[in-house]
Design a protein around this ligand. Structure first.
Ligand SMILES: Nc1ncnc2c1ncn2[C@@H]1O[C@H](COP(=O)(O)OP(=O)(O)OP(=O)(O)O)[C@@H](O)[C@H]1O
Ligand SMILES: [Mg+2]
Length: 254
């Protein structure tokens, strides 16, 4: 069980964002605790990606407040977000295809030796260490990442976030392009990260996966929040009803 008596890791309070006349996100509030996975669900266009892009710094909210560890956070761009240890993993992974895992992990933040030269050996050693923890079966340390499977690429991207001390991980449909085995691998990675105390926002269209992987599910429809539920307190049908009808089932409505 997640202890929600303390300060949340992330609070999204009354967030709104419009594109032209369309309110893509309409007064949505969701929070996230350390070690917690919160699933974001809703039909195409419900506003899920737009909401989390306000946290990742890709978009600037029109209204509302973001708090990290209880303090108001000023997030105007992705660099600001990273400064709060918020890292985002998009489905279209930003990896350099021709470089190997270690070069991708340290891209733009290379390790250097005492005389200021890029230290490939140290970067590979660090990469082996972290991959050993996250994905022990990973062997392809000297292949360019274009030779990796979708799941392996995903694990390199996750390793990069974790190595640079992510506390909050945003995953927007991380398994959309993966086969069953790879999806399983990402699921195991998520469990491992939550054990290490990270908080994770997981956008996923698969209600069953959300029920299995997440502690709570937040459902959006037409930009608004339908509700947030403890996944153990509801059935998959309850969650589906929230997505489709746009309201909490009778027995949950407070
Ligand atoms: N950059 C943009 N410019 C204009 N409208 C946008 C932009 N991004 C999103 N929208 C609109 O905002 C609304 C919410 O889109 P968003 O991408 O957040 O939905 P979503 O819940 O992530 O959907 P999906 O499940 O398809 O990824 C939609 O009506 C979409 O067309
Ligand atoms: Mg989306």
């Amino acid at each position: 069980m997640i202890d929600r008596s303390g300060t949340p890791l992330v609070e999204l309070n009354n967030i709104s964002l419009s594109f032209g006349g369309v309110k893509a996100v309409d007064d949505v509030s969701v929070d996230l605790y350390p070690g917690e996975v919160v699933g974001l669900l809703g039909h195409n266009g419900a506003g899920k990606s737009t909401l989390i892009k306000c946290l990742s710094g890709a978009y600037q909210k029109d209204e509302g407040e973001i708090r990290i560890n209880g303090e108001v956070a000023k997030i105007n761009n992705p660099r600001d977000a990273r400064g709060y240890n918020v890292e985002t993993i998009y489905q279209t992974l930003a990896l350099a295809d021709n470089l190997d895992a270690a070069s991708n992990l340290f891209l733009g933040r290379e390790l250097v030796n005492a005389v200021g030269l890029v230290d490939d050996a140290a970067m590979e050693a660090e990469t082996r260490k972290i991959m050993g923890r996250l994905n022990p079966n990973f062997q392809k340390f000297s292949s360019p990442v274009k030779a990796l499977s979708g799941g392996q690429r995903q694990s390199v991207a996750i390793a990069r976030a974790v190595y640079f001390n992510a506390k909050v991980l945003i995953m927007d449909e991380p398994t959309a392009a993966l086969g069953p085995q790879e999806t399983q691998m990402v699921a195991e990675l998520i469990q491992e990260l939550r054990k290490q105390g990270l908080g994770i926002f997981l956008i996923d269209h698969d209600v069953h996966a959300v029920k299995e992987l997440c502690d709570r599910a937040a459902v959006m429809k037409n930009g608004a929040l339908v509700g947030t539920v403890d996944v153990d307190a509801v059935s998959t049908d309850d969650i589906l009803a929230m997505i489709i009808a746009g309201k909490k089932p009778e027995h949950l409505a407070a």
